[in-house]
Design a binder for this molecule. Structure first.
Ligand code: HEM
Length: 491
């Protein structure tokens, strides 16, 4: 009887949702896209690549600053005005604290992740974790990053001349090496150990799938077995470090210090585990796990796309190579922390790559205090999601003339003409990607090391233009990034 009752309630609820009049936006006076037929169209949207999905939405109302859509039955406001984006992400942040994706912190072993926490808990944790990503701390990880880049160079040195290599996979491996090293304290060398269990499990969690993509619309999920695998890896590392009195300058160490400090304060009675900012062991596990899941595929894709663009834009690659040579020669032939900071053209190239191929095509915020849309008398109630179609701006000729052209000089500060809100591959405001500085630094180290030693080239299997995988939320190349390399000095 109980099961029957649940089924009836569920059916009534779904029927209500399916036949809900979808007039939330018209009642508020906002132009809207009414899904036809209801719900199915949301799922149909899921079958498109993130690029096609964003561009379709972005180009629906070219004259509007914003418009309403429905994600399944939930009303979502889409912004297409960079000034409004800045208001939402920065100036009016106090009305728009949270993001829409929030796994249940109580029931998930790794639920206390910065990216999904809300309100005061998020604020307190962000304050605690931000110092982990300062320039000084990142520079302290330089040698670990160098080790990862050297693995990639070593791997390339063993390949046959002219061999076609899949650089999305190589970039994911090296990125996972980087994250495993700085977040988990593990030296995996996944480039030269392709059969590693760590890589297989990490890849499995991000294997593109339509089913997962649609289910994710309802509730974000990560397989429990995967969570347990990583928790075990972190616990083992922590135990090994404690038993052997090892200290490494990485995120894990910095988070261990935060945990110790709060345990100490708990003993003194100055903080209690119920306080929003209490840094527990669960907080440590959650965020080590989150750095891994949030970091490796995004960074791997960005690196793979950078290599792709440099291979098809040889003139830009040559300019960057000359810059690397000249900067490194000033530092006795060594890629030091100072020299990484001087690789300006490489950083512009990374920005231009993220403009054309942003791994995360947008972000969102949830209204946490009634919010009057600037310049209107429309007030959004608490709970409404505001979606920012960042990728739409990136490809809009109004902001980036000849948007498909790879032109690194757009990001030379002297040439920048686009409004700030039109380029947000890492989001913006107090809730922007906490790791942007780290990512930019790590990618420069890996790319500079590779480019000093090898020239990237288009090969017979290079797909131009690249196709994106429709089964993924992230912008990932459907058929990989196939390139050739030639050893510098032998070209
Ligand atoms: C190319 C690589 C990456 C890209 C493009 C990227 C992009 C983003 C974006 C768009 C957001 C949302 C920002 C917003 O809503 O304003 C975000 C948030 C976040 N990212 Fe990244 N990310 C990258 C790499 C990483 C890495 C390597 C880590 C960890 C080591 C990381 C950790 C986070 C965290 C923790 C948040 C949530 C911040 C918060 O809610 O306070 N990301 N990222």
């Amino acid at each position: 009887m109980f099961v029957e009752c649940i089924c009836i309630i569920l059916i009534v609820y779904l029927l209500y949702k399916v036949y809900n009049p979808f007039d939330f936006w018209t009642k508020l006076g906002v132009v809207q896209v009414k899904p036809m037929p209801p719900i199915i169209s949301s799922i149909y949207g899921m079958t498109m690549s993130p690029r096609d999905g964003v561009l379709m939405a972005y180009n629906m109302f070219p004259k509007e600053r914003f418009f309403g859509v429905y994600n399944l039955w939930r009303p979502v406001l889409c912004l297409r005005d960079p000034e409004l984006v800045e208001r939402v992400l920065i100036n009016d942040f106090s009305h728009l604290y949270n993001r829409s994706i929030a796994p249940d912190a109580e029931t998930t072993a790794v639920g206390e992740q910065l990216a999904s926490l809300t309100d005061e808990k998020w604020k307190a944790l962000r304050n605690k974790l931000s110092p982990t990503f300062t320039t000084g701390k990142i520079k302290g990880m330089h040698e670990q990053l160098k080790k990862c880049s050297e693995s990639l160079v070593k791997y390339l040195s063993k390949r046959e001349p002219g061999e076609s290599l899949e650089f999305k996979d190589l970039s994911s491996r090296v990125s996972m090496d980087v994250i495993a090293s700085v977040a988990f304290g593990l030296d995996l060398d996944l480039i030269n150990n392709p059969g590693s269990e760590f890589y297989k499990i990490g890849k499995l969690a991000f294997r593109p799938s339509y089913v997962m993509k649609v289910l994710f619309l309802l509730q974000p999920m990560v397989p429990k077995s995967m969570i347990q695998y990583f928790i075990d890896a972190i616990e083992e590392t922590l135990k090994y470090r404690k038993d052997n009195d090892i200290q490494r300058q990485d995120f894990l160490h910095l988070m261990t210090e935060l945990e110790k400090k709060d345990e100490e304060q708990k003993r003194k009675g100055t903080i209690s585990p119920g306080d929003p900012g209490f840094f527990s062991h669960k907080t440590l596990l959650s965020n080590a796990f989150a750095f891994f899941t949030g970091g490796f595929d995004t960074t791997g894709s960005a690196l793979g796309y950078l290599f792709y663009e440099l291979a098809i834009n040889q003139d830009e690659q040559d300019r960057i190579y000359e810059e690397i040579k000249s900067v490194v020669s000033k530092h006795d032939g060594v890629l030091t922390t100072e020299s990484v900071g001087e690789l300006k053209l490489l950083d512009y190239a990374l920005s231009e790559t993220l403009r054309i191929h942003p791994p995360a095509v947008g972000t969102d915020r949830v209204v946490t205090k009634p919010y009057q849309i600037p310049g209107t008398d429309i007030v959004l109630p608490v709970g409404v999601t505001i979606s920012i179609l960042g990728y739409g701006f990136n490809l809009d000729p109004q902001y980036f003339p000849e948007p498909d052209k790879f032109n690194i000089d757009r990001f030379n500060p002297e040439n920048i003409t686009f409004p700030k809100g039109a380029f947000i591959p890492f989001g913006d405001g107090p809730r922007r990607c906490i790791a942007e500085r780290f990512v930019r630094y790590a990618i420069r180290v890996i790319a500079a090391d590779l480019l000093m030693n090898y020239k990237l080239m288009v090969g017979p299997k290079t797909e131009i233009p690249l196709k994106y995988d429709p089964r993924s939320f992230l912008l990932i190349p459907e058929n990989g990034v196939w390139l050739k390399v030639a050893k510098r000095g032998e070209i």
